[in-house]
Ligand binder design. Structure first.
Ligand SMILES: [Zn+2]
Ligand SMILES: [Zn+2]
Length: 285
């Protein structure tokens, strides 16, 4: 919540092929990119959980810098209800010399983006203001070679088109992608921050290969945690356990914890494959 000497505010970068998905954008995020050696132009989508400052204060700076770089694409910004208005107010509050091409979209519940490689899903959480958790699901379209051969489709660009979910024409006959392809579900990544443990947490976390979850307090402060609309490390572990998660990474720690040992131990009582994040931690799935 508050940056400390050791820890910056929250931001998680999910890199997948040419897609760079930034989950939340706390103060100082653009400098963290510099230190991590990742170009800001790699960001294609920003997914905001909610508009508490510690999750969005880095946004104006990041957009200003992107405007001064050669950022040719359209930056998509997704956030809970109210995001459009808040973005407009942000552009009113600061003087931007140049704006980049932006698409701001509000999400509430369900799948809000899909292409031939993955889909993104949002689910409302409970934190006293509009807030959503996110789920990334790798969903690849694969060719069924048996079916393709049966239809006489030669290897090459035609198969490529079908794999992209597009129809083709062969010998005057139209072939739809569903006739020769199938969807294979791959990795799932869940992102849950700033909420009490609620039913939708289980929905988002279900069967995730990686659950990135807040653990603001240890279970010693469970009352305080509930009062401020947060989760304890132990609750994050309970969630991971019940939702059949493979790996749990804890984020968003109260500044009272100088190091995260207490939080990690609190979670490990319940769920073994858990680690507290630190700045620049990198995980490959
Ligand atoms: Zn927060
Ligand atoms: Zn918050």
């Amino acid at each position: 919540m508050v940056p400390t000497k050791e820890r910056n505010q929250i931001a998680v970068f999910l890199s997948y092929g040419s897609e760079g998905i930034l989950l939340d954008c706390g103060e100082g995020t653009q400098r963290q990119f510099k230190i991590a050696g990742i170009s800001l132009t790699k960001v294609t989508k920003i997914l905001l959980s909610h508009w508490h400052g510690d999750h969005v204060l880095g946004l104006p700076g990041l957009i200003q810098t992107l405007s001064s770089m050669d950022y040719n694409g359209k930056l998509e910004i997704y956030g809970p209800i109210g995001t459009k208005k808040r973005m407009e107010k942000m552009f009113e509050a600061f003087v931007f010399d140049k704006r980049i091409n932006l698409a701001v979209k509000e999400v509430k519940s369900g799948i809000f983006f899909e292409n031939n490689e993955f889909e993104l899903e949002a689910c409302p959480l409970e934190h006293g203001i509009e807030i959503v958790g996110y789920r990334f699901i790798e969903d690849k379209r694969k060719i069924d070679m048996k079916k393709a051969r049966k239809l006489g489709i030669p290897e090459g660009p035609l198969l490529g088109r079908l794999q992209q979910g597009k129809s083709i024409e062969l010998n005057g006959k139209k072939i739809m992608p569903d006739e020769v392809t199938y969807i294979e579900s791959g990795k799932k990544v869940a992102f849950i921050t700033d909420t009490v443990l609620c039913d939708n947490c289980y929905k988002i976390a279900e069967d995730a290969d990686l659950l990135i979850c807040e653990a603001t307090y240890s279970s010693k402060l469970v009352d305080k945690s509930e009062e401020y609309g947060h989760m304890t490390a132990k609750q994050a572990a309970q969630l991971a356990n019940k939702a059949n998660v493979k790996k749990l990474v804890l984020i968003h720690f109260s500044a009272r914890y100088k190091n995260t040992q207490e939080l990690e131990e609190d979670a490990r009582d319940i769920f073994d494959n858990v680690i507290c994040s630190n700045d620049f931690m990198k995980i490959e799935l």
